[in-house]
Write a protein that binds this ligand. Sequence first.
Ligand code: 13P
Ligand code: SF4
Length: 348
Amino acid sequence: TQEELEQRTHQAKEILGDDLLIMSHHYQKDEVVQFADEIGDSLQLAQVAAKHQGVKYIVFCGVHFMAETADMLTTDEQIVILPDLGAGCFMADMANHKQLTEAWDILQGYFKEELIPLTYINSTAEVKAFVGQKNGVTVTSGNADKIVKWAFTQKERIFFLPDQHLGRNTAVNLGIPLENMAVWNPKTQKLEATGNLSDIQVVLWDGYCSVHQQFNVQQIKYLRQKHPDIQVIVHPECCQEVVAAADQAGSTHKILQVIEQAEPGSTWAIGTDNNLVYRIIQDHPDKNILALNPISCPCLTMNRIRLANLTWILEELVNGQIHNQITVDPKITKDALKPLDKMLELSR
Ligand code: 13P
Ligand code: SF4
């Protein structure tokens, strides 16, 4: 039963003591989050990993790129474990090293040296390593404004991958017109631009998050009609039209902060993964909070991690057995750490 699993997990956690750190992303199921020592958005989880250089085992309840990032930011002796190896990220899988090399070569032909690559943290270690070799930086939804602003002090143009929406929304925040943005299609290897090539300031990779694709402007209009005083907050992985129709956009951490500081009795709609939205609703009974899309699918890969996976991993650790360790090749780590370290420095 669920109670038995909870009891066994508590027990294993107690035995492992200071040797263990359980990290969890906000999109994880409640049954897993209840055991987290640290819970956060992608930026906070990277910062936590970089800080915890002593702990022996990090059990990472999140997705593959997050566990890879934690492995790279910790020492060689530390062991990072992903409780279900099937927990990937569809968006991170939309850009690979080969596609990126091809894109970079063609874009260099168009823009010469005046292009800096920025990769969303939702990318593979290999992609981060490529970006590191080109003196680029990693970005999260929690620091995108700051980092993109910095990038424009380095070069005239940015190449943002793999999430076109976070890239576009951040550029719009900085006042860059949409006609100065182009989309790189890795399948056709073509740059889709409406204006002149010389005016392009932002090149966006044609990637997206399938969870955040499920939000649209109609849902916002409908709720505004039903609740004229509603305030809408969405994640910046939503498309630009949705972000423009909302009142605010931000990382999962920002969404939580905004709701925590909201007036009791105020009405809100939240557009992000519903595991998080329903937890926020439960934790704030004094506010009237709605899911922007109550029937949207949660992130299927985040959801692969169940309490049973966590219990198994911890009990095996108690028995000295390590499963599902995530290790990044040291040659990749060497380059991929550059954009990660630079991001952490710029986010301070
Ligand atoms: P943040 O928690 O950093 O906002 O990211 C959301 C997300 O989609 C993680 O994959
Ligand atoms: Fe990837 Fe989207 Fe899931 Fe985040 S919510 S892990 S971006 S698929």
